[in-house]
Structure formats: structure tokens, C-alpha cells
Ligand binder design. Structure first.
Ligand SMILES: *Cc1c(COP(=O)(O)O)cnc(C)c1O
Length: 392
């Protein structure tokens, strides 16, 4: 350490500073205020405008241009949340929010987020928190059962369907046995063109994955003429995969994107939406879309986890453990540090129960049918696609 010059800031005595965090009693007091704030927001959101009421730059110009030099009272920040930030919030929780697809949150999901933040564990290795890993494995097996999928599928939580699809397609690229992991794709004349065939209605996340993985946007072939929120005939597609693979000697990886619609399978009578998904190499569905779990929480299921670890496992010395027969989720994708997202999903499933979840999804679909009927009967509206789910 260099000698302290006159006027240099000196560190506080650690005994005096403690951890330096908010002390537990202060935390309790502000915590109660925050929970009250959340309860008020949930009960009062319907009275606010749905859309943010601001012009570009309004929010930033209301915020100080420099960070505070000295501590500020916590309630001042809560006041600014109300006065400065709330006007710039578009309320996805609002009963009149009808844009995009659902992103459904819930009370138990919000509380789960809070508990995960409090524990602040890192689910990268089994060793870094066995509960985080094993709860994730068990809850994803629960979700598999809720969706009527067969045993043997293994799941991992990611931040988004875009990440889940990217992860699956990276595993598919590695499964092509072209040694891409080691040698890459550039300047290799002997590598055949890798293509992705997908529906014309596929989500843009598939295009992004092709771009990110170096396959190129031109690698995407659009097949099929499915219309919005329709469900691809998965079993037929899986059969076609097998035929083509055999006849033409192609290696084909079938990835199913059920980010939104997959959750319909929670209802017995809608199980058919996933018929054939069990034959896919990988399948993604999003609890943060239609399973009452606050964003973010996506689940990637695979039939063969080794396909993921072949693509992603890279264990530096300092992360090597002697634990055997355990799952280290850092080997299943790009992320090393991982949030304890399984906790909120666990609370959601426990709080509502399988029947409660199905009832809610059923009710959403019923409401969508009503809305579609109103549109059909109204001269100013036209319904552009069938309404098999909750999207009109
Ligand atoms: C919403 C959606 C996505 C993207 O989900 P993110 O979690 O936002 O990445 C992908 N595919 C489908 C079918 C979707 O509905």
C-alpha cells in the first residue's frame, strides 16, 4: 500500500462499519413499507393509466445527473419511485393491458423473488447451494408432470425463451459432429451449410439464435403456412424428421418453442397442444409468460442433457468439485452465476396447485373467446386469426 498522503480518504475501522449493510431493524421497517407499497400497487393498478404517460427523455431529465455523494433516506427513494418513475411505467398488471402476449405475475411469485434476493445464492454448482439445484430439478419435474410430458425429460431454468432456444440450437450445432466447439465455423470449406427450418410464424428469437451462433440469418428456411397462435403438428413433424434423417442421412434436431402456448397443456382438455413434443430433442416453455411467475423464468427441457454439456461444459480448476452424481447447472448453458429462480416457481405451483393453475388458464381462454366474439360482432373490429388460446 502506498503511504497515505495528506487529505487521502481513510477507510473506516471495520469494527465500526460492521458489514456496512442496512441494519436488520432498519431493514424490517423499510421492508414493511415496501410490502405495503406492493400491496397498494397490486390493488390500485386498475385506477392508473395503462400506458406510460411520458415523452422520451422525461424520466431521465427528472433524475439527478450525478450520483448522491452522501447517504439518502430510503423513504426519499420510495417517494421518487411514486413521483418520477410510476408515470413512466406501462402496467403489465393492469386489467386493461391487452398488448403482446400475457406476462403473468402473482403474489406468491413476487414473494418468491424477494426470498431469492434475500438468500442471494448462486446456483452455478450443486456445491454452491444444493437446495437451489435440487429444488430446480424437482420443480421442473413437477412442471413436466403438469404438462403431461413423459418421464426422462430434464429441465433447466434460463432467463428467457430467447436464451433457451439459443442454448438448444447451440447444442444442436454441437450434435452435428462438426467439431464446431473446438474449431469454430469460420474458414472451413468442408463444413456443410447448417440450416434451420421453421414456421413462417416462428418467433424472432429463432432468427436471433441463428445470427448469434454464426449460422447466419440466411440459414433460416421458412416452411409451413401456419397462422398466428396456431399449434404446429409436432408428432407429424417428428415423424418427418425421422423419415428425412433416414432417407437422406441428415442429422436433424427438433426444437419445440412453446414459450407461451405450451402452458395450455396444464388443462387436461388442451394436452394435445404438446402431442409429439416428447419426441423433440428440446422444448422450451415460459413460466413468465402464462404461469403466474414474474419475469424472468423460462424452462428448457431436453431429452439428453449430455447434448447440452457437450456444447457448454468447461470447468476451470477453481470450479472443480469432487461431488458425484449431482447436477452442476453451469454446464448446461452460457451462464455461470445463476439466480435461484426455482424458488418463485415452487411457491407459485404450491400456492395455486395443479387444479388452480388449470382453472386460471381455462378462464383466460374463456375470456379470450368472449373478447373475440365481441370483436366479431362489432363493425370497427376484425378478428384476424382463430383464438385457440388467450390471444385475440
Ligand atoms: C414470447 C415468446 C418468445 C420469446 O420469449 P422471451 O422469454 O421474451 O425471450 C419466444 N417464442 C414464443 C413462441 C413466444 O411466445
Amino acid at each position: 500500500m502506498r503511504p497515505s498522503a495528506e487529505g487521502d480518504p481513510t477507510p473506516l475501522d471495520p469494527a465500526q462499519l460492521g458489514t456496512g449493510d442496512m441494519d436488520p431493524e432498519t431493514f424490517r421497517r423499510h421492508g414493511h413499507a415496501v410490502i405495503d407499497w406492493v400491496a397498494d400497487e397490486l390493488s390500485g393498478v386498475g385506477e392508473r393509466p395503462v400506458l406510460a404517460q411520458v415523452a422520451p427523455g422525461d424520466i431521465r431529465s427528472a433524475l439527478p445527473t450525478v450520483p448522491p455523494r452522501h447517504p439518502e433516506p430510503f423513504p426519499d427513494a420510495l417517494r421518487d419511485l411514486d413521483e418520477i418513475l410510476l408515470p413512466g411505467i406501462t402496467h403489465g398488471n393492469h386489467p386493461a393491458f391487452h398488448a403482446y402476449f400475457a406476462i403473468t405475475g402473482s403474489g406468491p411469485g413476487i414473494l418468491g423473488e424477494t426470498l431469492a434476493a434475500a438468500l442471494n445464492v448462486n446456483g452455478m454448482l450443486w456445491r454452491t447451494s444444493p437446495s437451489a439445484t435440487e429444488l430446480e430439478e424437482q420443480v421442473l419435474d413437477w412442471l413436466r408432470q403438469l404438462l403431461g410430458l413423459p418421464e426422462g425429460l430434464r429441465g433447466v431454468i434460463t432467463d428467457s425463451a430467447s436464451s433457451s432456444t439459443l442454448t438448444a440450437l447451440a447444442a444442436a450445432r454441437e450434435a452435428a459432429d462438426l467439431d464446431v466447439r473446438r474449431r469454430g465455423l469460420a474458414a472451413r470449406d468442408e463444413v456443410p451449410r447448417l440450416t434451420i427450418s421453421t414456421s413462417t410464424q416462428a418467433h424472432s428469437s429463432v432468427d436471433k439464435a441463428a445470427i448469434t451462433l454464426g449460422l447466419g440469418h440466411a440459414a433460416i428456411r421458412h416452411v409451413g403456412t401456419t397462422s398466428t397462435t396456431s399449434v404446429d403438428p409436432l408428432a407429424e413433424i417428428a415423424g418427418l424428421r425421422d423419415e428425412l434423417a433416414e432417407e437422406l442421412g441428415l442429422r436433424i434436431w427438433l426444437h419445440v418453442d412453446g414459450a407461451y402456448g405450451g402452458m395450455a397443456a396444464l388443462c387436461e382438455e388442451l394436452r394435445w397442444v404438446l402431442d409429439g413434443a416428447e419426441q423433440a430433442e428440446s422444448f422450451v416453455t415460459n413460466p413468465h409468460k402464462w404461469l403466474f411467475t414474474p419475469i424472468d423464468c423460462s424452462v428448457l427441457y431436453v431429452r439428453d442433457p449430455a447434448a447440452l454439456t457437450r456444447a457448454f461444459s468447461l470447468v476451470p480448476e477453481y470450479l472443480t468439485t469432487a461431488d458425484e452424481g449431482v447436477t452442476d447447472f453451469m454446464d448446461w448453458g452460457v451462464q455461470l452465476g445463476r439466480r435461484f429462480r426455482a424458488l418463485k416457481l415452487w411457491l407459485v405451483i404450491r400456492y395455486f396447485g395443479a387444479e388452480g393453475l388449470a382453472e386460471r388458464i381455462r378462464t383466460h381462454i374463456f375470456q379470450a373467446h368472449r373478447a373475440a366474439a365481441w370483436c366479431q360482432g362489432h363493425p370497427d373490429f376484425e378478428v384476424l386469426a382463430p383464438t385457440p388460446m388467450s390471444t385475440v
